[in-house]
Every structure is written in structure tokens, then in C-alpha cells.
Design a protein around this ligand. Structure first.
Ligand code: DLL
Length: 432
């Protein structure tokens, strides 16, 4: 069956009614099938019948990553394992993995959501889609794969690990779309340039996500590869990729709101903020069977816009992510997100947007060094030229972050490339 692109959008009222009906059903479902939620509700003297519409959602308790870890591996599953047809897990950098299980219906919904996102990125059954997210416990590979197949596109399951093979096949198979992290796509564009293949590719669209990236980076990727690049968002606890994606107008990411109910919360009070204000995103899975989650705190920072998009879609849009609450660095008392560095570096033609931030503490004072790669197209032939460039980068960084950083310009292609989620920060302060 081929994904029906012309499916009509619901009005906001219809959507709200659907969300209300689904929430009422969900609360009853988790109360009777997940001991963790039954206890949580009992602890606050709440019964499923107290939830009558989506407006009542704020009465419900939050769920956090620690709750998943504490109930490792299957404690939050709402169905017996005989009904689970797939497991994914996210390892994170610390602690136990968070494990998620999908029923067959969950996989169908997931495929549908990714198909919607890819449709927003202009992908159709006539496209050849290279999936270059990692396959395995990470949701990126199999998630993008399922959505592209649902559309009826020809899927090339590349995974990560061999960029030269990927670029060769991109040309040989006439790939027209790619799904991978934005940092990996930047690397792929370098490999294509080095191999002299850039004029031989047929790529027209990219669906990039799994890590924060900036509008400037989108423009950079679009102009280097002559494509349109789209921002796809998701997280394994909720589903994987396909929770939201931006359309051709790039004015925020449309949330698959009929399946995932978004709330934006004040980071201190955890009460909902006003439309357009920045806060922490929380999701309630309205239709999941395997591991339904209520008010799951994503730690991702964004804002929401409920107005109708120019593309005609009525679903709410979340703004491009600034970063995660836990990605924010506090350096000499100033709040800094790595994405601010990326945005600043894209402005300087002489350097590439590959960077590493090294944070340290010397004599009780935080220090920040930013290593930045020279753009291979620029040639600085004397010490003075390098000094000038270092000053220029230092100035843009200072303007963007509001603090001084030590800038170290390094040779092209010397900073480690990533094929999955890029690592941009080494914070040595944590080891003290
Ligand atoms: O990264 C799922 C995914 C795969 C999304 C492929 C998009 C594409 P996790 O490994 O559980 O799942 O990591 C989820 O990654 O909470 C965000 O902090 C971050 N993230 C995901 N997509 C975006 C994005 C996958 N488009 C965590 N922009 C999330 C910014 C993103 N951050």
C-alpha cells in the first residue's frame, strides 16, 4: 500500500476532540496495565475517571528518564512480551539503557508518522532513499527505513560506517534522498567534494535529525549539495524519528499531534508556558500500546506555535531545538549552548563549521577553548594571516556567546568526524 499524500488535515477543534478521547482511553489503559502509573495516580488520590478531556492533562504526574531506568528493562511495558515485536534502546552517556518495546500496531503508527515527515520533505514513491542513520538498537536506521518503505520509495539501508561506499552508491543508485544526522551529511558533502562526485549526484532532499543543528547549517548543507534539508525530530522513549518534522516552509516542525501530545513547560515550575515561549518539551503518547508514557519530560528546549502553517497543515509546530536542558554549559556564569557556536562559525567563510569546545577550570576560573577547522578552500600562508583569522573568529564567538574564548584554528579534516550524533564538547570540569 502506498502512503496517501492527499490525506486531509483535521481542524484544530477536531484534533482537540480526538486528543481528548485518546487521553481518556490512555489513562484508563495505563491505570489497568502499568503498575507504575497506577501507583503514581493512587499516590495523588486520582482515578482514571478524573480525566475527562485533554485539558485535564496537567493533573497527571510527569514521567522521566530515571523512571524508565528504575524500571529497567520492561517495567513500564503495558503488554506482555508476547505482544512486543521489536525492542529499541538508548544507551545515553550514563546509567542504564532506556528500553522501549513496540507492538505491531506501534510499528504501524511509527511508520505512518515517519512517512508523514518524509512526505513533508517532498519524498515520494519515486525516490531512492539512502538511510544513513545507524541501524540497531538506535531508532534512527529502522525508523527512517520503515517510513520510507511505507511511502513506497526505494530504500537503500546504508547504516553508518563506510562513507566512501555511501557516496559511490549515491551516484551509482541515483539516490534522490538521504536520511542521516546533519553532522554526518556535512561530512558526506566533504567526501563527495574530495572525490569529485558533487556534480554526479541526483540528491534533492535530506531528512536530518537526532541532534541539534542550526538554520545556518541547513542553508550550508542545502547550498553545498543543491538540496532541501528538513529537520526531523524524535526520541526513542516516545517513538524514534517521526515525532515532528518541518515542511517546505521551514517555519517550525509539525508535530504528529494525533499520536503525541506536546506540552511546553517552564523549566523551573514545570507549569505550561504561553504559546511562543521557550520551555521544556513534554510528550504524552496518545496511541502507544507497548510502552505508553504520560507527560514524558524530554529535556529538549523549544517553543510551540498553534497557528495554521502556510503549507496548509493545522498541526502545531515546535521551533528548531536550541539544545537540551542538560546540554547547556554554564561558563563563568553565562549560559551557553553548543548550537550558538555552530551558528556563529557558519558566518565565517574561512573556517568550516567543525568545532570542538574544551571547557576547563584553572585557578577556580572556567576556561573555554574552541578548536575550529580551516576551510580547505582558504589558504593562510603566513602567521599574520592566521592571527587575523583567529581574532576574527574570536570576535564572532564573543558576539554570539557573550564571553571570550581561546580560539585555536586547526588544519582541515583534523577534528574527528561523526557518523551519528556529533560530540562537540569536552567538559573537563566534571572530573574534579
Ligand atoms: O535521536 C531519534 C531520532 C533518530 C530522531 C533520527 C531524528 C532522527 P534518541 O537517541 O533517543 O533518539 O535521542 C533523542 O536527540 O531528546 C533530542 O535531544 C535529540 N534530537 C533528536 N532529533 C533532534 C532534532 C533519536 N531534530 C534526543 N533536533 C532528543 C535537535 C534532536 N535535537
Amino acid at each position: 500500500m502506498i502512503w496517501n499524500e492527499t490525506k486531509e488535515c483535521m481542524s484544530r477543534d477536531e484534533l482537540t476532540n480526538l486528543q481528548s478521547a485518546r487521553l481518556v482511553k490512555l489513562v484508563d489503559y495505563v491505570y489497568h496495565n502499568v503498575e507504575f502509573y497506577r501507583r503514581k495516580m493512587q499516590n495523588i488520590g486520582m482515578l482514571p475517571s478524573d480525566i475527562k478531556s485533554i485539558e485535564d492533562i496537567t493533573k497527571l504526574p510527569f514521567t522521566t528518564k530515571d523512571d524508565l531506568r528504575d524500571n529497567y528493562p520492561f517495567g513500564l511495558f503495558a503488554v506482555p512480551n508476547s505482544q512486543i515485536v521489536r525492542i529499541h534502546a538508548s544507551s545515553g552517556t550514563t546509567g542504564k539503557a532506556t528500553v522501549v518495546g513496540y507492538t505491531r500496531r506501534d510499528l504501524d503508527v511509527w511508520n505512518e508518522c515517519v512517512a508523514r515527515c518524509m512526505t513533508m520533505a517532498g519524498i515520494t514513491k519515486d525516490d531512492v532513499v539512502q538511510v544513513a542513520y545507524g541501524y540497531g538498537l538506535f531508532t534512527g536506521g529502522l525508523g527512517a527505513h520503515g517510513g520510507a518503505e511505507k511511502i513506497g520509495a526505494t530504500v537503500v539501508p546504508m547504516s553508518t560506517g563506510n562513507s566512501k561506499k555511501l557516496t559511490t552508491m549515491m551516484v551509482d543508485f541515483g539516490a534522490t534522498a538521504i536520511a542521516c544526522t546533519p553532522s554526518y551529511l556535512l561530512y558526506i558533502s566533504e567526501v563527495l567534494e574530495q572525490e569529485g562526485l558533487i556534480d554526479k549526484i541526483k540528491l534533492k532532499s535530506a531528512v536530518c535529525g537526532a541532534e541539534p543543528w542550526t538554520e545556518k547549517m541547513r542553508e550550508e548543507l542545502e547550498s553545498r549539495l543543491h538540496i532541501t534539508a528538513h529537520d526531523i525530530y524524535g526520541l526513542s522513549e516516545i517513538m524514534g524519528p517521526g515525532v515532528a518534522c518541518d515542511c517546505a516552509f521551514h517555519k517550525g516542525l509539525h508535530v504528529c499531534e494525533d499520536h503525541f501530545y506536546p506540552e511546553i513547560l517552564d523549566t523551573k515550575t514545570l507549569t505550561p508556558v504561553k504559546e511562543g515561549e521557550l520551555g521544556e518539551l513534554a510528550f504524552t503518547t496518545l496511541t502507544k500500546e507497548g510502552i505508553p508514557l504520560i507527560r514524558y519530560r524530554t529535556k529538549d528546549l523549544t517553543s510551540i506555535d498553534y497557528s495554521k502553517c502556510e503549507c496548509g497543515r493545522t498541526s502545531a509546530r515546535i521551533s528548531r531545538f536550541k539544545g537540551r536542558v542538560d546540554d547547556m554549559l554554564i561558563i563563568r556564569g553565562v549560559n551557553i549552548f553548543p548550537s550558538q557556536v555552530e551558528a556563529a562559525l557558519v558566518e565565517v567563510n574561512e573556517v568550516a563549521p567543525h568545532y570542538m569546545m574544551i571547557v576547563d577550570r584553572v585557578n577556580n576560573l572556567d576556561t573555554l577553548e574552541i578548536q575550529v577547522e580551516m576551510n580547505p578552500d582558504y589558504f593562510v600562508d603566513e602567521i599574520k594571516g592566521l592571527e587575523k583569522l583567529t581574532q576574527k573568529v574570536g570576535h564572532v564567538i564573543n558576539q554570539a556567546l557573550g564571553i571570550n574564548a581561546k580560539i585555536k584554528i586547526v588544519e582541515p579534516m583534523t577534528l574527528k568526524r561523526s557518523e551519528g550524533k556529533a560530540v562537540h564538547v569536552i567538559d573537563n570540569r566534571k572530573i574534579y
